[in-house]
Every structure is written in structure tokens, then in C-alpha cells.
Design a protein around this ligand. Structure first.
Ligand SMILES: Nc1ncnc2c1ncn2[C@@H]1O[C@H](COP(=O)(O)OP(=O)(O)OP(=O)(O)O)[C@@H](O)[C@H]1O
Length: 245
């Protein structure tokens, strides 16, 4: 839950008093480059302490490093450019995440096996990370984020660089997480339409829209640029000066 969250860098304010209650299901963050999607995900992931306002998870307000440490086990965060040790095998990479998330060692085997199966990398688990294609690497990243079944899964542009089949695979994986609070940022409106229960459109530090895909779609009207109702609705939410191509 976010209550009056403000966030920024130096003297610039990127998020201005944002309040959102996140629920189980898949929420997409949409918005132009620089809207603050990554900044919001990093704040939710407890990588950046809020400048103002409250971030809480299951009733625990994250006010300092101590409370952040208490909730981190329940958060799976996949940054857009996630790092890994190239020599690590896929299995070791995901096991490392299980260890970091506080999964007891006796449960690693099962938790890692489940995560690898979910992303269809069971056969490739012995391969070194450096040998994976971009799509396989991203699936390994998703396994990293979901291993141990954290309550909150945060994915920053998880479908960037995936080919159409891999994007369909991603949608299949993500739709199995309906009991988890999943927040993902994306520029791909097709992905939003296919898998997201809720959309938050960010612009100018605020949520310009927060609702279902159908509600967003209803905002699109003829006369705006776009090849689908969702694209037109997205354009409708931008300031007038940005609505023309
Ligand atoms: N470490 C940083 N220091 C200073 N400014 C930053 C930093 N990281 C991001 N910013 C600025 O904050 C603003 C929001 O960036 P952010 O990456 O959160 O946007 P975004 O919505 O994720 O963009 P994109 O769609 O391009 O990924 C941008 O103006 C960016 O230049």
C-alpha cells in the first residue's frame, strides 16, 4: 500500500503524493519514458526509501532499514537490467534468490524446482547463465523473482527484447500468479490487454488513471492516434501537447 508517497532524486520530484492500494492480481504501470515507473518499483522493492509518505506491506509500514529487512523476504524484484554472475548455472542463480529471500535450505530444492518449472527452464537448469538467449535469461529472471512465492512480485519491463512466442510464454507464466500481488511496468499495450487486471497510467508524478483494462479502453475515442481502443485511451490520458504525433 502506498499512502501519499513522494519520491525523487536531488531537487526533482518524480512521484508526487501518490496513494495506491495494491491487491492480488496483475497491475500494469504504463506511462511515457521518465514517468517514474522504475522509481515507483524501486521504492516498492525497498531499494529507495520514500522521500515522504508511507509504503507498507501486509500492514507493516516500511519506515527504516529494520522494517525494510522484515518485508524483503516477501518481495521478488526483477530490475530491467538485472545482474548475474555469468558462470552461475540457472539453478544456482535461482537458488541464490531463494537463499536471499530467506527460504529455509531444506526447501530450496522444491522451491527452485517449482520456479524453474513455471518458466519452463527445468531442462536448461544446468546451463551457465552466459549461455542463455535473451528470452531464456529473462525467464530465469522471472524465476528469480517468484522463487519462494513472495507476496509481492515487481517486474520492470519484463517483456523487453522477447520475440512474439516468448512474449506469449511470459503471459502464460504471469497468469499463474493470480494470488500474488504482481506489479509490472511496460510500454507494450498488447501485454496489458492480454494479462493485466488493473492499469495505472503515470504521468507528471501522478496516477492519471487507475482502473481495469475495460475502463481504460472506454476512454479511447476516434480522432486520437492509435491502432486500438487501448492505444487511443492511453493517448487521451497524455497532456494535449503530447497527443499529436
Ligand atoms: N538515479 C537517478 N538520479 C537522478 N535522476 C534519475 C535517476 N533515476 C531516474 N532518474 C530520473 O527520474 C525520472 C523517472 O525515471 P524512471 O526511470 O523512474 O522512469 P520510467 O517511467 O521508468 O522511464 P522508462 O519508461 O524510460 O523506463 C527520469 O526523469 C529520470 O531521468
Amino acid at each position: 500500500m502506498l499512502e501519499g508517497l513522494s519520491q525523487g532524486y536531488g531537487t526533482s520530484t518524480i512521484i508526487d503524493r501518490l496513494s495506491v492500494i495494491l491487491r492480488p492480481g496483475i497491475t500494469a504501470l504504463l506511462g511515457p519514458n521518465g514517468a517514474g515507473k522504475t522509481t515507483l518499483l524501486r521504492t516498492l522493492a525497498t531499494v529507495m526509501p520514500p522521500r515522504n509518505g508511507v509504503v507498507s506491506l501486509d500492514g507493516t509500514a516500511i519506515t527504516n532499514e529494520r522494517s525494510a529487512r522484515q518485508v524483503r523476504d516477501q518481495i521478488g524484484y526483477l530490475p530491467q537490467d538485472f545482474g548475474f554472475e555469468p558462470q552461475m548455472t540457472v539453478r544456482d542463480f535461482v537458488t541464490y534468490a531463494a537463499w536471499m529471500r530467506g527460504v529455509p535450505s531444506a526447501k530450496w530444492r522444491q522451491a527452485v524446482g517449482e520456479a524453474l518449472e513455471m518458466v519452463d527452464l527445468t531442462t536448461e537448469q544446468g546451463l551457465r547463465m552466459r549461455r542463455l538467449s535473451g528470452g531464456m535469461r529473462r525467464r530465469a529472471g522471472i524465476a528469480w523473482a517468484v522463487v519462494g512465492r513472495p507476496r509481492l512480485v515487481l517486474l520492470d519491463e519484463p517483456t523487453v527484447g522477447l520475440d512474439p512466442r516468448q512474449r506469449l510464454q511470459f503471459r502464460k507464466i504471469i497468469s499463474t500468479l493470480e494470488d500474488t500481488v504482481v506489479v509490472l511496468s511496460t510500454h507494450l499495450i498488447d501485454d496489458v490487454a492480454a494479462v493485466c487486471d488493473r492499469v495505472i497510467v503515470m504521468h507528471g508524478g501522478a496516477a492519471r488513471f487507475d482502473g481495469s483494462v475495460a475502463e481504460l479502453e472506454a476512454l479511447g475515442h476516434e480522432g486520437l492516434p492509435g491502432h486500438s481502443a487501448l492505444e487511443r485511451a492511453y493517448m487521451h490520458l497524455l497532456p494535449e501537447s503530447e497527443q499529436r504525433l
